[in-house]
Design a protein around this ligand. Structure first.
Ligand SMILES: [Zn+2]
Length: 473
């Protein structure tokens, strides 16, 4: 990449690349591990700018913030030991190496939007080598991704007009309410949670903001400078626009109507700081089908369990419980509740640590714990909500399957993806989610209704004795 950007460097490009790697390795070694990022208290380290200058001397922080148009008296530095290590690297690394480090980051970030040689080099490393991708996606798809990143809300307005009518939205607003209602019953019936904590859980659940489909107000891109002449410059302009948009929020009240995902994103999230679940429209669509072709069994599994139920439980797990109903970092559990919860959670850690992936590798049960709890809770709550529907009660077969079987297949349908071995190997190290096949087999093997639906017997794959099944929500 350096040789492409600076042909005059000749052989010294390799030496400079080594300096970049050395610096990256140093910074990585001083960064917290994936599982350590799950503790919100330990990662909340608010300091004022004067304190920052003591923790990390050698950097003119005031000037740095001013250059980014940031006016603030304090900030959350997240990982103080990283900031210290970074400051020490400022002292020990030559200014020439820092320059090449920053140049490389700029080139690497911009590579997909530059000429073909940069784009190909970027593809060869990040896609081919790291993720085992054989062939680059067509250009129009990559450009669509760039539009998505730069002008996602503009694209979103077109998307929902075509794929998410008011009628469809209403179906999923209702589904969300039904899942919340079932979760409420489950919390009330928990045998491990104290009554006082249950009362607080009710307050939090009743306050949760439910965002379904698309935002009430769209981002206004009229000040973004986009031209037909320079693709890379458009991306830089879009980045600058997004930076300004962020900076403009400083010192103002939090806008609780904001979305961090676009409606056309196949994903969803729980945001603890806002006590909200955010469910983009695309999450509710089954490619190639109209919504009215989707039966409740499929829908309850596909989104009710895997998404709505999953995201809801995040507000109440070992991370979510540390935030109150307003989104403030404020633990509302007793020590005894925590102990009983962790006894159950640790069984799930052991279960996932014991799975084998790619012959000799294992998921990180600790790092993926929150997600595995959410998957399990999602399946259990989603199924229970489904048993209240007309389709479940009528128990008619569709395509040779009972409603209960269709529910579980609907859940699995959401995870119908192909991943290369390279992608899987890197995911085991970097993702807080377990590999997708385990996001299906793992929770189902703990769910009594799944055994009943498919008549799964002892000795069969994924069978677990009733006493070994993990039960949390
Ligand atoms: Zn999750």
């Amino acid at each position: 990449m350096l040789a492409l950007a600076f042909p005059e460097l000749d052989k010294t490009a390799t030496t400079k690349a080594k300096a970049v790697i050395a610096l990256e390795t140093f910074l990585a070694k001083n960064s917290r591990k994936l599982e350590a990022l799950r503790d919100p208290q330990k990662n909340y380290n608010k300091v004022n700018v004067a304190q920052l200058s003591t923790i990390a001397p050698g950097i003119d922080w005031q000037a740095h913030f001013a250059s980014m148009h940031i006016t603030t008296d304090s900030l959350n530095i997240g990982q103080p030991e990283f900031v210290k290590a970074f400051a020490s690297a400022i002292q020990t690394t030559s200014i020439e190496d820092w320059k090449v480090y920053l140049q490389w980051h700029l080139i690497s970030n911009m590579a997909p939007f530059l000429s073909n040689d940069f784009d190909q080099e970027n593809f060869n490393f990040y896609a081919k080598l790291i993720n085992g991708v054989k062939e680059q996606r067509p250009r129009w798809k990559r450009v669509l991704d760039a539009q998505e990143g730069a002008l996602g809300d503009a694209l979103g307005q077109l998307y929902v007009k075509e794929y998410f009518s008011d009628k469809v939205r209403q179906r999923y607003v209702d589904l969300t309410e039904k899942i919340v209602e079932t979760y409420r019953e489950h919390i009330k019936n928990l045998d491990w949670m104290s009554d006082s904590t249950k009362a607080k859980a009710m307050v939090k659940l009743n306050t949760i903001i439910k965002k379904v489909g698309y935002p009430d107000k769209w981002k206004d891109y009229s000040k973004m400078n986009i031209s037909r002449t320079n693709y890379a410059q458009n991306i830089l302009n879009a980045n600058e626009w997004a930076h300004t948009e962020n900076i403009n929020k400083l010192g103002k009240p939090v806008d609780r109507t904001e979305w961090d995902m676009t409606p056309q994103t196949y994903n969803a999230y729980y945001n603890p700081s806002n006590n909200e679940i955010v469910l983009p429209a695309a999450m509710f669509t089954a490619p190639g089908y109209n919504d009215d072709e989707l039966d409740d069994a499929l829908v309850y599994g596909y989104v009710g369990a895997s998404t709505i139920g999953h995201e809801l439980t995040h507000g109440f797990d070992d991370q979510g419980r540390q935030f109150d109903e307003k989104g403030n970092l404020n633990n509302w559990w007793s020590a005894d509740d925590e102990k009983k919860f962790m006894e159950r959670a640790n069984k799930l850690v052991a279960q996932f640590n014991a799975y084998t992936v790619l012959g000799n590798k294992h998921p990180n049960g600790q790092a993926s714990l929150g997600e595995n709890i959410a998957d399990l809770g999602g399946v259990v709550i989603g199924f229970d909500a489904f048993t209240k529907t007309k389709q479940y009660k009528e128990n008619k077969m569709i395509g040779g399957l009972t409603p209960a079987q269709r529910f579980f297949l609907g859940y699995a349908y959401g995870w119908m993806q192909v991943r290369t071995n390279e992608k899987l190997a890197s995911q085991l190290l970097t993702d807080v989610h377990a590999p997708i096949f385990l996001r299906v087999n793992g929770p189902m093997s703990n769910c009594d209704a799944w055994y009943k639906a498919f008549n799964v017997l002892k000795g069969q794959t994924n069978y677990r004795d009733s006493i070994d099944r993990v039960r949390i929500w």
